[in-house]
Design a protein around this ligand. Structure first.
Ligand SMILES: Cc1cc2nc3c(=O)[nH]c(=O)nc-3n(C[C@H](O)[C@H](O)[C@H](O)COP(=O)(O)OP(=O)(O)OC[C@H]3O[C@@H](n4cnc5c(N)ncnc54)[C@H](O)[C@@H]3O)c2cc1C
Ligand code: SF4
Ligand code: SF4
Length: 361
């Protein structure tokens, strides 16, 4: 039976940051990531610099990744599923390592234990098939995450239907966020800034592109965001309305219908491509994992750290990053650093309790 001081579940920006902070203190970490790659969502994002850095934070994912690779205090497992975890003094757990995604008979497993656990399992993007926008029906309706990957690979926006650049693009904000019918009352916090930055990249690389935003209101923070929004109001059409439906018209084009709150009239317009800014929602495995760890998720489905006494009795379980709710990359890093320090404090106190004096490091 192997042992480590801290088990970090999830190798996104939060998990990578927490693991590195603990390793810097000499604490042994085992990092378990279910996907075959590290970096979570952020590693898939494009750089949004135009004339200068747009402060989107995407490059921080590469930086955090390089910190943990070959770190002697961190053991990393990718393609790894946590099958079982229970607490009996320490946390005892089983990991299944998925070596071959097609032939599961080649999987292997092992058992280990840890003194504390960090849940850094992140978020999932809302699946917009539940909305009347034709996602997965019309090829040129994509999500903001699809656009991130498209810009990262191609450098420019292209229509999935024919690979040509769109002349007219609509961004639809708040898809799956701030939606009482879905009981998703929260603002996902990052999708206005992210969409405005991507729209700027598209407009800079192909200035004749016409871009329209459909929005409830634009959310963001910091002085950089205010400047971004001011420029956006000059460069893009901003329509304060959320579309009712999206239909396909001739030539693979897309008709958006809405009630325009400013003109107080029904409106419709045709676009070449539609980008849905989807919500950050709790990951599908969050509830099961929280239950295994003895945590009760909040009403939203996100989880909170036991350090705030919201889950009294589950000592040794901590949360980092967007597993606790929507955050930007920079906020996820700050949150994960704080979590790592909370864990270090917990281990030190626990160690002093066990040994009577002294600490782990
Ligand atoms: C479309 C979009 C664009 C965005 N653009 C920006 C931007 O420009 N700037 C910005 O600051 N923020 C942006 N964000 C927010 C950013 O994605 C998050 O702040 C960041 O990814 C949070 O990192 P995380 O580690 O908390 O979660 P994640 O990135 O979700 O990482 C969690 C990791 O945990 C793994 N995992 C989950 N469950 C398990 C399990 N049971 N066992 C093992 N591993 C598990 C997942 O596979 C994943 O690798 C954007 C978000 C979206 C949706
Ligand atoms: S913060 Fe974003 S825009 Fe700036 S260099 Fe990094 S990836 Fe590019
Ligand atoms: S950040 Fe903008 S798009 Fe995202 S949920 Fe909030 S208001 Fe809507």
């Amino acid at each position: 039976m192997e042992s480590s001081n801290v088990l970090v579940i999830g190798g996104g920006i939060a998990g990578l940051t927490a693991a590195h902070e603990l390793a810097k203190l000499g604490i042994k970490v085992e990092l378990v990531e279910k996907e075959p790659f590290l970096g979570g969502h952020a590693i898939q994002f494009t750089c949004k610099a135009v004339e200068s850095c747009a402060k989107c934070g995407a490059c921080m994912a590469e930086e955090k990744l390089s910190n943990v690779i070959h770190n002697e205090n961190i053991v990393i497992h990718t393609g790894a599923n946590l099958e079982r975890i229970s607490k009996n003094g320490r946390f005892n757990y089983n990991i299944r390592l998925n070596h071959n995604r097609i032939d599961q008979s080649k999987d292997t497993g092992y058992s280990a234990s840890a003194d504390a656990v960090i849940m850094a399992t992140g978020f999932e993007p809302f699946d917009p098939v539940k909305k009347p926008y034709g996602y997965r029906v019309f090829k040129n309706v994509i999500t903001n995450l699809d656009l991130e990957r498209m810009l990262k690979i191609n450098g420019v926006a292209i229509k999935p239907s024919d690979g040509l650049p769109p002349d007219k693009i609509a961004f639809v904000q708040c898809v799956g966020s701030r939606d009482s019918k879905l009981s998703h009352l929260w603002c996902s916090k990052i999708c206005c800034a992210s969409a405005l930055r991507m729209a700027r990249v598209i407009k800079t690389r192909k200035p004749e592109t016409s871009i329209t935003f459909f929005y409830i209101d634009i959310q963001g923070s910091g002085k950089d965001f205010e400047a971004l929004y001011q420029t956006a109001k000059e460069d893009f059409r901003m329509i304060r309305a959320i579309p009712g439906d999206i239909y396909k018209t001739e030539g693979d084009r897309l008709k958006i219908t809405c009630f325009d709150n400013l003109s107080k009239a029904d409106a419709e317009e045709v676009y070449d491509m539609v980008v849905l800014s989807v919500a950050m929602i709790p990951g599908s495995g969050t509830k099961e994992l929280a239950e295994m760890l003895g945590i009760i998720p909040c009403a939203t489905g996100f989880v909170k750290s036991c350090e705030k006494d919201e889950i009294a009795g589950s000592g040794g379980v901590f949360v980092a990053g967007t597993a606790g709710g929507p955050l930007s990359i920079a906020e996820s890093i700050t949150h994960a650093v704080k979590t790592a320090w909370d864990v270090a404090k917990y281990l030190k106190t626990r160690d002093q309790g066990v040994k009577g004096s002294g600490g782990l490091w």
